[in-house]
Design a protein around this ligand. Structure first.
Ligand SMILES: *[C@@H]1O[C@H](CO)[C@@H](O)[C@H](O)[C@H]1NC(C)=O
Ligand SMILES: *[C@@H]1O[C@H](CO)[C@@H](O)[C@H](O)[C@H]1NC(C)=O
Ligand SMILES: [Cu+2]
Length: 205
């Protein structure tokens, strides 16, 4: 009994840490812009294309990876982005590896303000969809054909579905998929699961 105590509490600790990490990470994600570096691109839509492939939610973060004094990130309007006009920007990130919060739904536009960099592909616009109102009832079951969340983005292509489709009966035990669009069902399942595991472990102790 006493010998088993240590390993059981260690197990509970590990489990709670793990569950806490998953819960927090399912609330706000950090998207590494372009999947790597914020730098020159041959295609002027390189970062737009990357963004169109992401599932953004309000309060997610963007991480721009670049070295200070090589590039920067200035926040502009979509209209100014079209002409690479930085002069109206009031939000300017100059330090390395800028983290920028997508604190609201709607359009965001970013460019590198160094001369010529925007026209060499260092620009990006994206849209954060509105959070579904009354989330519990809004997006309980992911439909197999496409996401049901209101997403004014480009239509998903077949290649978008990189993970196997969810089982048709999505009741309790959906796996905590970090990139899944609907985090709420799996989140509550996770909370319930970790609570019951915790109680079970207490009982064993
Ligand atoms: C979007 O994601 C799919 C699946 O991972 C990938 O094949 C495709 O190249 C991506 N498109 C862009 C523009 O990144
Ligand atoms: C920025 O991020 C890159 C990639 O993670 C890392 O190699 C670099 O050291 C970071 N720079 C700073 C100043 O944190
Ligand atoms: Cu630049």
């Amino acid at each position: 009994m006493a010998r088993g105590g240590l390993s059981s509490s260690a197990l509970v600790f590990l489990f709670l840490c793990c569950a806490g990490f998953l819960v927090s990470s399912s609330f706000a994600k950090t998207h590494i812009v372009g999947g790597g570096k914020w730098t020159y691109q041959t295609s002027p839509t390189f970062y737009d294309d990357w963004a169109a492939n992401q599932t953004f939610e309000v309060n997610d973060d963007l991480l721009f990876v670049y070295a200070k004094a090589s590039h920067n990130v200035w926040v502009v309007t979509v209209a100014d982005l079209a002409t690479c006009n930085a002069e109206n920007s009031v939000e300017k990130y100059e330090d390395a590896n800028a983290t920028i919060s997508l604190y609201r739904s709607g359009d965001f536009a970013f460019l590198c303000e160094y001369p010529g960099h925007c026209t060499q592909g260092m620009k990006m616009k994206l849209t954060v969809p509105e959070a579904p109102a009354g989330s519990p009832g809004s997006a309980p079951a992911p439909s197999p054909e496409e996401e049901s969340a209101p997403a004014p983005q480009v239509a998903p292509t077949p290649e978008d579905l990189q993970s196997p489709p969810p089982p048709p009966d999505s009741t309790d035990t959906s796996p905590p998929e970090p990139s899944a669009a609907t985090s709420l069902p799996s989140l509550s399942a996770l909370v319930v699961g970790s609570l019951s595991a915790y109680l079970a472990a207490l009982f064993i102790l």
